[in-house]
Design a protein around this ligand. Structure first.
Ligand code: ZN
Length: 202
């Protein structure tokens, strides 16, 4: 499966000259919600991710995602795996699992995001699930920003990755982009101006 092409075709992988929220510049930007705009595409990606996970023979009872970004990806993944789905959400900045979702003691939960950067939100949601009795069996995402090592990739984990190293992390593709400080940005040197993603109709 050519995951990068699917992202490009969905306008989820943008190419240009972007001003990131960190203040740095990049040639690429991942608008990851766009790839899930079409439910058929979401289903295709989730099925592929599920097939990779199934090879690992994990016992999975439930998929859990941090809202909002992870919910669509996690729901489709749960459908493909044939298990139930719950989500965690922030209330006053604190991650919680509510809405009547219950976790039985020892329930095997796979955490799922649409995209993993450092994995911070997924880890926070996992901690809440663990407090409710869950056994976290692994992490999954459609896309990996390349800071955490996923199963089957040669990219090494960077120190910024927050996911536990003793659990498998599954993702379909690494999207590792060069990030430039504005004063060292080759795109600026070529005379173009960085713009915020979304400000030009993307
Ligand atoms: Zn620049």
């Amino acid at each position: 499966m050519n995951v990068e092409k699917i992202y490009r075709d969905a306008n989820a992988l943008l190419e240009g000259h972007f001003l990131l929220s960190s203040g740095n510049h990049s040639r690429f930007y991942l608008q990851s919600a766009k790839v899930l705009e079409n439910p058929k595409t979401a289903e295709t990606l989730a099925k592929e991710l599920a097939s990779q996970i199934k090879k690992y023979n994990l016992k999975i009872d439930t998929v859990c995602s941090p809202a909002l970004g992870g919910v669509l990806a996690g729901y489709e993944l749960a459908r493909s795996l044939g298990v139930r789905f719950i989500f965690a959400e922030r209330v006053n900045k604190k991650m919680t699992i509510r809405r009547g979702f219950e976790i039985v003691k020892g329930e095997n939960i796979l955490m799922c995001e649409d995209i993993i950067t450092t994995g911070g939100s997924a880890l926070e949601a996992a901690k809440v699930a663990i407090d409710m009795g869950a056994n976290i069996v692994g992490y999954a995402a459609l896309a990996n920003r390349g800071f955490c090592k996923r199963v089957g990739s040669d990219l090494e984990t960077s120190p910024t990755c927050k996911l536990p190293s003793n659990l498998p992390f599954f993702a379909l593709e690494d999207f590792k982009f060069d990030i430039y400080e504005p004063e060292n940005c080759p795109l600026c040197k070529d005379g173009s101006i960085a713009h915020k993603p979304g400000s030009r109709g993307n």
